[in-house]
Ligand binder design. Sequence first.
Ligand code: NIG
Ligand code: FE
Length: 413
Amino acid sequence: MPETRWDRLWTDVHLATMTDPSLGIVRNGAIAASGGRVAWVGRAADLAAPPERLASEVIPCGGAWLTPGFIDCHTHIVFGGDRTGDFRRRLRGESYAEIARAGGGIMSTVRATRAASDEDLTLRAAARAGELSAWGVTTIEVKSGYGLDLDTELRMLDVAAGLARSVTADISPTLLAAHTVPPGYARRRDDYVRLVLNEMIPAALDQGHATAIDVFCEDIAFTPDESRAILEAGIEAGLHGRLHADQLSDLGGGALAAAVGAHSADHLEYLSPDGVQAMAEADVCAVLLPGAAYTLGADRRPPVATLRRAGVTMALATDANPGSSPITNVGMILNLGCILFGLTPEEALLGFTAAAARVLGLERDRGTLEAGRRADLALWRVADPAELCYWMGASPLTSLVKDGVPVRGSKGS
Ligand code: NIG
Ligand code: FE
């Protein structure tokens, strides 16, 4: 009889541990959790005793597949209003950039977000987070960026952090005060950059929720010089750097992310070969967002083959937001990642687990199934993990486990 009994042991299960490029598959595996952490993972045949003697609770899974809880490392799920008006305009042929320049786009969501109460923002964001968790997501990065004034940016970060109280996911808030230059600052952009540098970053640090700083580097948003100043200040203050880079044009965003030591450059439809090289050398992750490319009808794809050859870590995320990616369906994003961007199913699934954990600086805590990692687990009714990318239908999630405790679904059902 072993000295310590595990809290829970999942048996009759196949594991995608995400520990190697082939997903670290263990068929006929078992996984145990104690105190919210993975206590043991391996082949069922290697268990030291019959399951009932090893754990207080044994959960047979009927041959299901088990992955780490998914990590959505790029979202904007806190916002007021919607962008149905922009949607109609784009369908009539106006571009995302044209709509933004005419005062729609991000600014229309800023107006709605400023006008919304905390309760309204929370209720609606929690519903979106719930949609993600129905797809096995247990960690969500959430950006500010629809406030663009000190009060509303802090309010957004507070609402984001507070979501952890109502949803079964950990929240990783990011300060995106540099999402676009608000209209009052159009002729004095430097004043807005100074506001971000001198007031918003220090206030966000005092508030204590944000773990990362992000900037939208684009000609409808911030120049590379402005982006660099803001990223450097945030990183200097201890935040992880992120950059919306090279989405609509090549402004050298990937190389900028590399130069400042950012964790990731995101979007990357216009990333140049030099940018890929710089990202590879500085070990910057690429975050691919096919929901935005699809929704905006982008004419370019990120250079996935070049990124792959250069060994750049590729994460995949929903980019859930009201304008460019009104999508909380992870299965659709996995599918678009493969079909639109040419990822393999393995790359897509690693992109929502191990790679996404790296983007958030959480790779030693989650994203793989290994002893000591957080026991965030998703159980799927599929015959092969590639099915998660193949179907574009309802979620095949059968059960979700957060910190070692089943929170959704029933035993092995
Ligand atoms: O990641 N590119 C900039 N930011 C968001 C879109 C935000 C919006 O349109 O509301 C994105 O696609
Ligand atoms: Fe985004």
